[in-house]
Design a protein around this ligand. Structure first.
Ligand SMILES: [Zn+2]
Length: 146
């Protein structure tokens, strides 16, 4: 019985050691989630993405008037990811063929960069913010840092 408890504790501790996070902020579109996860895992050497989404998120936050409840909700999720999961980097992303923010790529890139600036103002200093754009390519959906 004692041995069994001991091994449970070991497993518990080990699973926590590998649980590292970055924060993904972008569209709810299912096509972009996996490429963004792979991008973050490769670039930052972390395992999981805490995922904050809305339909066409960068098109919403880039607007002059933003719903206050939505804004507070996004901020709250960012802080949970940073404070509770110790995320050190936020990836703000837009993507091609977005149903929630149906603008051309040029405007979508602008919206993404503007949203990244807004996100920076919401989180503690020392947490990095990176902007990215997800594009359809021959190999499926790929992530480009912008
Ligand atoms: Zn979208």
């Amino acid at each position: 019985m004692q041995i069994l408890s001991f091994s449970c504790i070991i497993v518990f501790i080990m699973s926590h050691v590998g649980e590292t996070f970055f924060t993904s902020v972008g569209c709810m579109d299912g096509r972009v989630q996996e490429p963004i996860l792979r991008f973050g895992q490769k670039k930052f050497g972390v395992k999981y993405a805490d995922t904050i989404t809305e339909a066409g998120l960068v098109g919403i936050l880039g607007k002059k008037s933003v719903d206050e409840c939505l804004f507070e909700s996004i901020k709250k999720k960012l802080l949970v990811s940073i404070e509770k999961h110790h995320s050190k980097v936020v990836v703000v992303h837009g993507h091609q063929e977005c149903a929630g923010n149906p603008v051309d790529d040029k405007q979508h890139l602008k919206d993404t960069l503007k949203t990244a600036e807004i996100i920076k103002s919401l989180i503690p200093e020392g947490v990095k913010v990176i902007s990215a754009f997800v594009k359809r390519s021959e190999n499926g959906w790929t992530v480009e840092e912008i």
